[in-house]
Write a protein that binds this ligand. Structure first.
Ligand code: FAD
Length: 382
């Protein structure tokens, strides 16, 4: 692998991110769950750190940092709260997509508010009746004189409770399957937009999951962000990146549990010795650290390849499958090592455990990723 040092700009950004996670996310994370609140209040502070524009080009107001740096930042954020990491990166992703694909006029109108944390963004693909099977989405976009009329309902969308800018995926030609899907910029203050308030809280309230309904919404031509020739290719590239950062977030959550378990083991005694000095107890921690080490290498390799513009479909899928399974195994084991205190509302174990389950579904479920890996393994026909 390449030289793994950070540039001065990356070092400074990661230091700000670490402080932000420790000082502004970790102390509030349990109250967002208790009060069923999203983390929307953090957006301006996240903007000052640079998170909302971390990969947006410098000339457009972002930081223009590498994917490897993005993974590291999300690992640090998820140590404090997976939901906040997801909420912030979803607004960032809309800014990134607008910076790459929107017309100069739309970009100039939309980007400053997203980068400044004055508005939140989200990406809406999933519908009540379809998640994994993207080709089956029912939201329709029909061209008319002024643009596209869009009708449909989206569900399970991060930030949808409060976002004002949505990238919505809709079908333009049902007979073409994924080849007919296009991406549209939808604005919540336009006629025909409404939010759904019947989306269940997934238990990680900070990510503000919700839904939306479009009824006779008219999207002007210039707000077609990616037509059917580009939309699926573009979102698949973005989803491969997302798979790597979900893996990095799992890494962050297991690291947090491991550190807390180690601290507990040093301060708690049973049968005349510190817990840490009981061999049978500390092997749980050693198991977690061994797999974390493997995961860090998988993430570093996948993100470096992506930074070099290489195809990372398989690497990203393998990293996410490994990470989510690893987190689903080690978080409960580390909870067990901390005994009853692990269930304290003020500690993050239960929140991280639920988040590991969510990580196994978002941006491609484990089964979909195993299919991806299996397709790439398949020997060529003789
Ligand atoms: C907290 C949370 C946040 C989310 N955020 C967003 C968001 O911001 N934007 C967005 O668009 N979507 C979002 N989603 C939706 C997410 O992408 C979907 O949940 C995911 O795509 C799976 O779809 P589904 O839930 O409809 O499950 P289904 O597609 O109904 O699948 C159910 C189960 O069956 C398995 N399965 C399905 N087909 C097969 C098969 N052929 N072989 C084997 N197993 C199969 C799946 O892996 C899954 O385990 C979010 C979901 C959650 C829980």
């Amino acid at each position: 692998m390449d030289d793994l040092r950070w540039s001065p700009a990356e070092t400074s950004f990661l230091e700000r991110t670490r402080e932000f996670a420790q000082d502004q996310i970790a102390p509030r994370a349990s109250s967002w769950v208790r009060d069923r609140q999203s983390c929307i209040e953090l957006l301006p502070a996240a903007s000052r750190v640079g998170i909302l524009g971390l990969r947006v080009p410098i000339e457009m107001g972002g930081l223009g940092l590498s994917l490897r740096c993005q993974m590291e930042a999300l690992r640090l954020l998820a140590q404090a709260d997976f939901g906040v990491a997801m909420a912030l990166i979803n607004t960032h992703n809309v800014a990134d997509q607008v910076s790459r694909l929107a017309t100069p006029e739309v970009r100039g109108r939309i980007l400053p508010g997203l980068l400044a944390g004055l508005e939140a963004g989200c990406t809406a693909i999933t519908e009540i009746q379809t998640g994994s099977d993207v080709a089956a989405i029912q939201t329709r976009a029909i061209p008319n004189a002024t643009g596209w009329q869009i009708d449909g309902t989206k569900a399970w969308v991060i930030n949808a409770q409060h976002a004002t800018k949505f990238i919505v995926y809709a079908q333009t030609s049902p007979q073409k399957g994924t080849g007919g899907i296009a991406a549209f910029l939808i604005e919540s203050d336009q006629a025909g937009f409404s939010r759904r308030d019947d989306c269940p809280d997934p238990g990680i309230s900070s990510m503000g999951v919700g839904g939306l309904v479009l009824e006779g919404y008219v999207c002007p031509h210039e707000c077609l962000i990616a037509g059917p020739d580009l939309a699926i290719r573009d979102i698949l590239t973005a989803i491969n990146v997302a798979r790597i950062y979900v893996a990095a977030m799992c890494c962050g959550m297991v690291e947090d549990c491991l550190k807390r378990a180690a601290d507990y083991g040093m301060s708690r005694s049973t049968f005349g010795s510190r817990l840490y000095d009981h061999q049978g107890w500390r092997w749980t921690l050693a198991d977690a650290e061994t797999e974390l080490d493997a995961l860090r290498l998988m993430i570093a390799r996948a993100s470096q390849r992506a930074d070099h513009g290489q195809d990372v479909r398989s690497e990203a899928a393998r990293a996410k499958v490994f990470a989510t399974r690893m987190a689903s195994r080690h978080i409960p084991a580390l909870m067990h090592a901390v005994g009853a205190q692990a269930f304290s509302e003020t500690l993050p174990f239960a929140r991280h455990l639920l988040a590991a389950q969510v990580a196994g579904l978002v941006d491609g479920s484990t089964e979909m990723l195993l299919e991806r890996i299996a397709r790439d393994l398949r020997p060529l026909n003789p």
